[in-house]
Write a protein that binds this ligand. Structure first.
Ligand code: PEP
Ligand code: MN
Length: 333
């Protein structure tokens, strides 16, 4: 339930009303906008008399909401959330490009890619150290050594880094990682999400292969319920009957999520399509549809990449993407 208070409400009135609602077993989430104060009421609101609440002098309107996600809900928090990491902002008016290889392979590889993507406008360096592979016989990532190489690239380039976690027991290794990525396969690993909720480090949550937007938001809710509000959502394509592309990029998820939630929405056109030649058009479409950023796989030698070479862009192709996406964003002003 949401109660919108009148612009004339005093701090004292907010305090008294909050205490009264808390006395009825509810948790009250207060959101102060420019003119309106909004109270998000979490818990069993069935015993609250809406008409009584609406009749109070300081209350403008009361609305029962059916969505089970509260912290991520735009109704409780009308302003866009901006996640800040190492001087980089993601969300609101800030557009952020994250780029790098599918997996970290060697010191030379990650450093060379980091330098080239930075030169073309990427603000965050991606690279997998722990890789969720369908086959146990495929390259599993350099694991702890991969994180060390990412940290070295961070020191040399100044770029914040994002990398995927698969097991909460690995958290100590992620201490200096700037953004923790939860991959599509772990979107509903609720115990992992709870552990991440106890941190104050940004988490990028990727949509599961067969998950609805509501399920994605409920997973974000797991992280936020623990107190960590630095959540970034990522649309990375879903599994449909179409097999020509690796997945089907759900472009409509972008405006839909922007309506439903205040959290930043980033798109990964690489895993969505599985083909380097489709990354540019899908990146442009994502920017045009209102994405707050992109996550793109780039490799200095895609043909010899240990993972996802077919969808990886060369540094030159990546430079063309940032340039064209910049033009789309310019045209939207
Ligand atoms: C990745 O970004 O490295 C990755 C494995 O993506 P996803 O979880 O979306 O498949
Ligand atoms: Mn990949």
């Amino acid at each position: 339930m949401v109660a919108v208070l009148k612009p004339t409400v005093t701090d004292e009135q907010v305090k008294n009303l909050t205490a009264w609602l808390e006395g009825r077993g509810l948790t009250v989430h207060i959101s102060k906008g420019e003119s309106y104060t909004i109270l998000g009421l979490i818990g069993d609101t069935s015993k609250i008399d809406t008409e009584l609440l609406e009749g109070l002098e300081m209350v403008d309107s009361v609305k029962r909401i059916s969505e089970p996600f509260k912290s991520a809900n735009r109704k409780f928090h009308p302003d866009d959330t901006v996640v800040e990491v190492g001087g980089v902002r993601i969300g609101g008016p800030h557009f952020c490009v994250m780029a790098g290889p599918c997996s970290v392979e060697s010191p030379e590889q990650i450093l060379s890619i980091a330098e080239s993507v930075r030169a073309s406008g990427a603000a965050v360096l991606r690279g997998g150290a722990f890789k969720p592979r369908t086959s146990p016989y495929d390259f599993q990532g350099l694991r702890a050594d991969g994180i060390e190489l990412l940290l070295e690239a961070k020191r040399r380039t100044g770029m914040p880094i994002i990398t995927e976690i698969m097991n909460a027991a690995h958290l100590p290794m992620f201490e200096q990682v700037d953004i923790i990525q939860v991959g599509a396969r772990n979107m509903q690993n609720f115990e992992l999400l709870k552990e991440l909720g106890a941190l104050d480090k940004p988490v990028m949550l990727k949509r599961g292969l067969a998950n609805t937007l509501q399920e994605l938001l409920m997973s974000a809710e797991y992280i936020m319920a623990g107190g960590n509000r630095n959540v970034i959502l990522c649309e990375r394509g879903i599994r449909t009957f179409e097999t020509f592309t690796r997945n089907t990029l759900d472009i409509s998820a972008i405006p839909a999520l922007r309506e439903l939630t205040h959290l930043p929405v980033v798109v990964d056109p690489s895993h969505a399509t599985g083909a380097a030649r489709f990354v540019l058009p899908m990146a442009m479409a994502s920017a045009a549809a209102g994405a707050h950023g992109l996550l793109i796989e780039v490799h200095n030698d895609p043909k010899n990449a240990l993972c996802d070479g077919a969808q990886s862009l060369t540094p030159e192709q990546f430079a063309a993407v940032t340039e064209k996406v910049g033009k789309i964003r310019q045209a939207m002003l």
